[in-house]
Design a protein around this ligand. Sequence first.
Ligand SMILES: Nc1ncnc2c1ncn2[C@@H]1O[C@H](COP(=O)(O)OP(=O)(O)OP(=O)(O)O)[C@@H](O)[C@H]1O
Ligand SMILES: [Mg+2]
Length: 398
Amino acid sequence: MACSPAQLLPQGAGVHALNQGCALPGAAVNAQSVTGNAYLSTTYSYFRSDLWRNFGVLIAFTILYILITIVATEIFSFTSSGGGALIFKRSQKAKKAVEHAGPADEETAGKAEDCRVSPERTESGDKGDGGALQEISDSERVFTFEDVCYSVPYQGGGKQLLNHVSGYAKPGIMVALMGASGAGKTTLLNTLAQRQSTGVVTGDMLVDGRPLNTEFQRATGFCEQMDLHDGTATIREAFEFSAILRQDRSVPRAEKIAYVDKIIELLELGEMQDTIISCLGVEQRKRLTIGVELAAKPSLLLFLDEPTSGLDSQSAYSIVRFLKKLATAGQAIVCTIHQPSSVLIAEFDMILALNPGGMCSSRVHVPNNFLCDIWYPHLCSLLSSSISFLLLMLTRLL
Ligand SMILES: Nc1ncnc2c1ncn2[C@@H]1O[C@H](COP(=O)(O)OP(=O)(O)OP(=O)(O)O)[C@@H](O)[C@H]1O
Ligand SMILES: [Mg+2]
């Protein structure tokens, strides 16, 4: 590198060029230029002899970075569940499904599907799965509970959470447990499902008029409000796990797997049966929770704690519609439900309302249109939900 005149020192009038030297680092005395090697070695301590050592260090850093990334992706989950792209497990079954999935040309595939799928779908949506539904439940047993009280030890004394609650559940009937937040809906559901481990439960709980036996818990399913699943399994694996471990040991394995196929078909999860659970959305997770319980073949009752919480109205309706289908097919269902719209309530056959303090305030058989028939018959056509009813009443009062 040649030194520019501005970098030559000393400067001034009468200074001879032979006495000037370059001010750049690495320059020799009185030199007018600096070699690249001298500049780099003086400024940055870079020597050509270190070239291969530095190259080795670069490679080592790259390998270390890749290793840290691999370990971190195994240990940490960087995405919150749901809402993202679906991840499918690479299994033989999935591969075969893709191979059989028709022509590779997307345009022709789209056209073919347009013509073919719609009539099939409408059929399977309403009538097609009727046969499969019939096989889901064939029990005729009735579950009754009378004067159920539940108290827990609380701050030195006792606290009564349920206060003489009575009701029943039978095949074909879908019961909604309603009440304000903290009224004791979850507590009642847990008590009825014999899942309370503390406190004192009194009252009668009978199946066909006989006391509960040890089989009761196996004959019931309980869908918790929080959808707790192993995020690394696929939907099918979760169903098969539940079916194989929880159905009776006398049932052959092939029959259990066939039952899982039926459940997958009913829940309309066929296309995503090989999806990893951790990437599922809220509604699909709810379906999965219900499916896992159904796979265990609960012959007596299905309890659900707030199956619609966290869902938008469309998803909530599709879940309740599915439950209604199950109930129509003969499954007894008891589920808590929080602030449902009138459309959702209309799907239920009976409402058990709880007051805060766990008192049973009313048991109503839901007529065709609950709100309209009970409260204000001539407003029927105007009402779409309880909120709109309240707004209407308020505007009339003001
Ligand atoms: N083990 C316990 N000890 C003391 N109090 C309890 C216990 N379990 C529940 N409770 C109380 O009982 C009441 C009813 O609780 P629960 O969870 O059944 O209400 P919920 O109707 O399901 O409410 P939400 O709609 O919010 O789910 C609450 O006030 C709660 O604080
Ligand atoms: Mg609750």
